[in-house]
Design a protein around this ligand. Sequence first.
Ligand SMILES: [Zn+2]
Length: 419
Amino acid sequence: MITLLLAMQIAGSAATAGAPTFIVVRDGQTTTSVPVTISDGQAFVRADLLVKAMRGTLTIGTNLHYTLALPRAHLDLIDGIPFAKFDTVTVPLTRAPQVFAGQLYLPFQFVSEILPRYGGGYFYDVAVGELRTNTSAAISRAPLPAVVASPPPGAVASSPTPAAAPPVTPRRTRPAAPPAPKVVVIDAGHGGPDNGMTGPIGSPAWFTEKDVTLSVAKKIATVLRARGVDVLMTRTTDTLIALADRGRIANSNHGDVFISIHCNAPGSNNAAGARERGFETYFLAEAKTEDERRVQDMENESVKFETGANAPKGDPLNFIITDMAQNEHLRESSDLAQTIQQGLIDVHPGPNRGVQQANFAVLRGSYMPAVLVEIGFGSNQSEATFLSDQANQRALARNIAESVIAYLAHYDSRIGGAR
Ligand SMILES: [Zn+2]
């Protein structure tokens, strides 16, 4: 699982000097993912997200000046100037910090070299893309000596035997609370006037994505409920739910994971396109390849069906906040995507198209680990036939449900280990 993830990051970083798709900032037990953005073939990290993850503050001054106040260091930057100033030391940068869309972006070197050298106690682990505080060097704190309370002079003892030591009740470690019931949100892609992708699977039958996704989603729900997992479905009928509302439904019901089910279609409408087949699982991040962008654009197109009450509110500030909330779940989402994708190998004729990343509107609004599964190409005649078969749908659904359960168990054990 981890090997695959690393391989994916290395594959995606060849052109950008070893930059991963995101870094993890670890401060003690707290970890925060910060995405790495590629611009002009150069890797950048958004300053506000990085500083927030490091528990610092970013102040925007006048004349393009920015101040990053970190817990143990202060530094000044100027938009477009390739230097950083740490107190009295001026350090050259490989690239100037730049403002895109109102946000200051720092060159990746800032994370990999500058902060470890000048940041006041950070180490960047290039193998796992992790920036962490040097807490391992912290002195283990000796237990405080027990204070024996002697009654103050003149105090009247309320107990008839004041000299007797109170019985020592050994403080029992609190028994681990039974894990809270988990809520899995299953989102059947498309619905209502939005058919998703459609195509012939041999006359007269047609393949309609919204019907297959609903059928598979219901079967996943059945398996999960039988295993004692709470399930919330964003839709159970042939109806249109706005992309943004799907995440909102998940949030307001305190979902623990969000899984959106879809069927794929090729980019080109030719013989080669018709031969495309296989399954892939996406998590939310910037699309990196042509193919990822194609699927992203295809699934985001549902927005055009949303009118009036269904239409999402285009609040840019809200978008930034949403973006940041989802970033915190990037690594979990990536883990969940890996688990589902690996599981499907056992039941899907394939090929395994791997874990992908793209910026899906439907995943953007959910504040929890979230993935989108493309269970196969409805445009490929044999795969469409496979996907339309009830027994195959049950096998896919059972497999996805088992992966979700395995992921939740793994997540629980990690949380438990951190206590
Ligand atoms: Zn779709």
